[in-house]
Design a protein around this ligand. Structure first.
Ligand SMILES: [Ca+2]
Ligand SMILES: [Ca+2]
Ligand SMILES: [Ca+2]
Length: 187
């Protein structure tokens, strides 16, 4: 009788342990899945290696290079770093980038910097490199009187096909000029 009792208790214990173990396993599995999803999301929202972290509420990652380059070299540098020369989708994005340059890099007086906008393939038609899309000549992003495709008097063929910004507005400039530049990456 005693023996039967011991066996019964042992069976019950074993059974509940199994249940408990399988439950623990399930909880661990759920936790692991949740963690995996979170990691996946983190990766998705991450900026490329060595880029500054994305600011809260800002859709894109940005990086600034202070070493001046000609426009085409700046474009290549952005691509090599996993992004594109910056594209301003709205006037507000210019302010977003300016605030980022001030807060992250401590730049107080903004230099003229290259953007991805250019009319290299068709004069007067301004397109964003990499990201695509156009900006009209009438956009309020332009500085007063710009774009003017200005040519110096000594070389009328040396006109302005690349677009720079100064934290506030845009100006078309000679692509051969050296400028610091900002790259953008959309996670
Ligand atoms: Ca953008
Ligand atoms: Ca032009
Ligand atoms: Ca100009």
């Amino acid at each position: 009788m005693l023996l039967i009792g011991v066996i019964t208790i042992a069976t019950v214990l074993l059974f509940s342990c199994d249940t408990a173990l399988s439950k623990t396993e399930q909880v661990n599995k759920d936790a692991a899945n949740a963690l995996y999803t979170l990691t996946e999301r983190c990766t998705l929202y991450n900026c490329p290696n060595n880029w500054p972290p994305r600011s809260a509420g800002v859709t894109s990652c940005y990086i600034y290079f202070h070493q001046s380059k000609e426009w085409s070299d700046a474009e290549k540098s952005c691509r090599d770093n996993g992004g594109q020369l910056v594209k301003f989708d709205t006037l507000g994005e210019i302010t977003t980038v300016k605030n980022f340059l001030q807060s992250y890099y401590g730049i107080s007086s903004m230099p003229w910097m290259w953007t991805g906008l250019n009319d290299r393939s068709s004069e007067g038609r301004y397109q964003w490199t990499g990201f695509g899309g156009e900006l009209s000549k009438g956009s309020s992003m332009w500085s007063g009187g710009q774009p003017d495709n200005h040519s110096p008097w000594w070389s009328f063929w040396d006109d302005e096909d690349c677009v720079e910004f100064n934290g506030r507005q845009l100006n078309d400039q000679d692509c051969d000029e050296g400028r610091p530049y900002v790259c953008e990456f959309i996670p």
